[in-house]
Design a protein around this ligand. Structure first.
Ligand code: FAD
Ligand code: NAP
Length: 542
């Protein structure tokens, strides 16, 4: 294995590649570049531990909603056989333990610098090198720079006036204190009803004296039906590892289940209801896979949306509260659909209230709590489950400057432009894992991450085998890809959800551009393979 070269106490560290981020993406990227390609690599991570998403998100109820046996790496039989999940959807602590187990088993820690936030990276055109600077004064010089900074890692705390006046404590779910927060006896306000808020509400309601949920956009949700994994299920998982991996790789969304070739409109109303009921009972994201046109045909989708609205009406006892919880301004699945454990049931508790911010918008935060146009809600704690500056936020946080000093922020001022989500013209040798223009956020992400990481590693191997040292997406290829990303989105109902973070709509001032590639994971992987087979068509290599 190559070792890094440190030029001296105050000099920069020279390596072949710098990776930023120690979540699913960065850990696997480090393993492949170091152990398969033999490169010298430093992985820089802002947090004091590995795990990425699962290092930061420790809020009450935080767990995955991809099922555990496929929300994990599948590239190594040894890793798989050395780990057993306890639940269908494990809690954050178990996923964090898993990623620490991976870091140890692959002996990754010696090449990871924790507590090291990257604050700027500049491409030196003449030297063909990236110069990476960190908040603690470190400097790293490398040929390749791989961003594994995640797409949901920059917390979005809304700029509500008066936050500093609040007399209680406030937290964002994506920066939850490691020692937890004692909510017993507290009046808690939870802002946000996305996947996070919907997971957190039932758990907070059970701990706190009182919970007020501040809802801006009502959301759909389907029961998760979490359960411990019994011996029989564990044995099934072990027997079916290879098939699970194969299946997850041939589907649209990286989940190992096929979507039947049937339209929601091609069956009778009774048959449709029976299919939805069965999916509701089985629980989980597979509800989306009941019919093949839920995300492409408005009328088909309306049948699923209305089924869930009916469920809300039947679960929530107070009709007024049920009315507020029923989503009407978007269709099921056009925003990332949450799954829950008792979310709608939570509103039947005596200690839970719902505030509809569409009817009474927030005016400001005051010392006692949150003031809306209808009055002040007294609170001891505010929990912001207000999501993330998704996809572009973490990349802008790196303060990237490409050829001629151009800033990524300026290049993407009107919205991100990438080739395959993996590279941006003007930024040679910079690879982005789960970047805008990739399908990752529409998938079970470990599948997309493994594909990206393997493609990037093969690309760097190709450069080295052919004696090349620079690769850069051409502007034409990026232009074409942007058109293709738009066309793919246009064939779905996804861009119709006006408040979706897929469109950047959750962050004021962010350009409204549909960022993920909606053409399907398996199709995307074939395109990437084809590009590589055609000697990296669309990239300039020198
Ligand atoms: P991350 O895990 O986000 O890691 C990025 C790392 O980069 C972080 O540790 C961060 O500190 C670091 N970093 C960022 N900027 C810098 C910088 N400037 N300097 C140094 N370090 C930096 N996906 C699914 O497919 N299924 C699920 O069930 C699922 N559940 C989720 C639940 C929650 C609560 C959230 C927030 C996301 C969930 N996701 C899920 C998406 C999840 O983000 C991905 O599955 C996956 O964990 C992403 O891994 P990653 O390594 O790409 O990024
Ligand atoms: P999100 O989906 O963006 O939801 C944020 C919520 O906060 C929305 O209800 C939003 O309302 C609301 N909000 C934002 N700004 C607000 C403001 N100024 N005032 C009032 N309300 C405001 O964020 P998230 O729930 O954290 O989820 C983000 C993504 O992370 C998910 O889509 C998913 O990909 C991932 N995630 C996954 C899991 C899981 O798999 N288990 C769990 C959590 C998160 P609007 O809708 O009106 O904008």
């Amino acid at each position: 294995m190559a070792t890094s070269h440190n030029a001296g106490a105050n000099g920069p560290t020279h390596v072949d590649a710098v990776i930023v981020g120690a979540g699913f993406s960065g850990l696997y990227q480090l393993h492949l570049l170091r152990d398969r390609l033999g490169l010298s690599v430093r992985l820089l991570e802002a947090a004091d531990g590995v795990g990425g998403t699962w290092y930061w998100n420790r809020y009450p109820g935080a767990r995955c909603d991809s099922e555990s046996h496929y929300y994990c790496y599948s590239f190594s039989r040894e890793l798989q056989e050395g780990w057993q999940w306890t639940e269908r959807y494990p809690e954050h602590a178990e996923i964090r333990r898993y990623l620490n187990y991976v870091a140890d088993r692959l002996d990754l820690r010696p090449d990871i610098d924790l507590g090291t936030k990257v604050t700027r990276a500049d491409f030196d055109d003449a030297a063909n090198q990236w110069i990476v600077q960190t908040a603690n004064g470190g400097r790293f010089v490398s040929t390749f720079l791989v961003t594994a900074v995640g797409c949901l890692s920059t917390a979005n705390v809304p700029a509500i006036p008066g936050l500093d006046d609040f007399g209680g404590d406030w937290y964002h779910t994506g920066h939850w204190p490691h020692d937890g927060v004692d909510l017993a006896g507290k009046r808690v306000g939870l802002v946000g009803t996305g996947s996070t808020g919907i997971q957190a509400a039932p758990v907070i309601a059970a701990q706190a004296a009182h919970l007020t949920v501040f809802q801006r956009t009502a959301n759909y949700s389907v029961p998760a039906r979490n359960r411990p994994l019994d011996e029989q299920t564990q044995a099934w998982i072990a027997r079916n590892r290879d098939e699970t991996r194969r299946q997850a790789r041939r589907t649209t969304n990286g989940h190992p289940f096929d979507i039947p070739e049937r339209s929601a409109l091609a069956v009778s109303a009774d048959e449709r209801r029976a299919i939805y009921e069965a999916a509701w009972e089985r629980g989980g994201l597979r509800f989306r896979a009941t019919f093949n046109d839920l995300l492409t045909n408005r009328d088909a989708n309306e049948t699923a949306s209305e089924f869930i609205r009916d469920k809300i009406r039947s679960i929530v006892k107070d009709p007024q509260t049920a009315g507020k919880l029923i989503p009407r301004d978007h269709l099921y699945g056009t925003k990332r659909p949450p799954i829950d454990t008792g979310y709608f049931e939570t509103f039947n508790r005596a200690n839970v209230a719902l505030v509809d911010l569409k009817a009474e918008p927030v005016e400001r935060i005051v010392e006692e709590g949150i003031r809306t146009t209808a009055g002040t809600y007294a609170l001891d704690v505010i929990v912001f489950a207000t999501g993330f500056d998704a996809l572009t936020g973490p990349l802008f946080g790196l303060n990237l400057h490409g050829r001629g000093g151009i800033a990524l922020k300026d290049v993407w001022a009107d919205g991100p432009r990438t080739y395959l989500g993996l590279q941006t013209p003007g930024f040679p040798n910079l690879f982005t894992i789960t970047g805008p223009g990739s399908p990752s956020v529409l998938t079970n992400m470990p599948v997309a991450i493994e594909q990206h990481v393997e493609w990037i590693s093969a690309c760097i191997a190709h450069l080295r085998e052919t004696g090349a040292s620079r690769i850069e997406a051409t502007p034409q290829a990026a232009e074409q890809w942007a058109r293709h990303v738009n066309e793919a989105a246009g064939r779905t109902l996804l861009p119709m959800a006006a408040s979706s973070w897929y469109l950047g709509a959750n962050v004021p001032g962010k350009p409204k551009v549909f960022m993920p590639y909606a053409g399907g994971m398996a199709h995307y992987a074939r395109i990437c393979e084809d590009v590589a087979a055609r000697r990296y068509d669309g990239f300039a290599i020198s």
